[in-house]
Ligand binder design. Sequence first.
Ligand code: WQD
Length: 337
Amino acid sequence: MTILVTGGSGYIGSHTVLALQEAGHDVVVMDNLSNSSEESLRRVAQLSGKPVPFHQVDLTDPEGLDRLFSAYDFTAVIHFAGLKAVGESASIPLEYYYRNVAGTINLLRAMDAHDVRSIVFSSSATVYGEHNPIPYIEKMEIGASNPYGRTKEQIEDILSDLSAADERWSVALLRYFNPVGAHPSGLIGEDPQGIPNNLVPYIAQVAVGRREKLMVFGGDYDTPDGTCLRDYIHVVDLAEGHLAALNHIASRTGAFRWNLGSGRGSSVLEVLKSFEQAVGRPLPYEITGRRQGDLPAFWADPSSALADLGWSTTRSLDEMCEDHWRWQKNNPNGYAS
Ligand code: WQD
């Protein structure tokens, strides 16, 4: 199968491109490089021994998309490309709706025009919003509480409506929890631009000396150690979940949705401790005030992915931290190193 991966030079995208190639698929990547580097694809090719055809195309460029779909005979699309910072989305919502929602509509129109109607979409646990009980289950009512999450929810609705209207479409909606870690080679990993929003890349930059200390956003939550609980998932487990979903929809039509998570919650201090073990020394931190919008705790019920796809996470929090640290230690400045 020839798979188009949008956003394929990014963190999760590059790990998924590698997993696809290792599974024998031909892969083509499109990305606008606004938040990633082409270096990641050079390293993927080094690991797989296969070239990764790359095209710098923006989802907001319908002509560019048409040229790309005319150049290849794609079997399916895995769609990662989009803006993804919760906080930023509240300050520039129009940009988020334009790039994420309008961009995806452009992609779907290009797919339909070229008879490509199989898509795996990168959604997020953020769609569950603030009012659902944990663990989150796919059939729950969703209702995101920020513009970023609402773009994911709207794209899920567009894809569900499209597959209901046209039975030729096969759709997998994958709701990620908290992806962390890196390929065990240490050659590819997460390379956030600027100050990391997320916990583990921030801890990694403290460990490698780029940040002074970790600020723990709140130590007075109603949780065992007072810090928030999240469902962390190894990025290689996540990539394998995409292959399982792609294989599942290859022989089915309709829309399907799965949580990709471990089913367990880990606290901020537990993650810090695990990372310290990987680094081999204590790391400086300070417990400060809560971050606006954070929920005390959430994690996945991953049972439907296991039942339908035969997929579950296999890598532990310690492995996530060991692999993340190897990448950061070998690449102190990410791909710019
Ligand atoms: C995890 C915990 C923070 C940084 C976000 C998005 C979600 C998804 C994953 C895109 C929280 C605490 C963090 C720091 C800290 N992204 N923290 N100090 O907020 O669960 O999810 O990223 O799909 O959509 O919402 O992840 O890593 O930002 O935070 O104490 O410097 O770590 O308060 O409790 P989050 P996170």
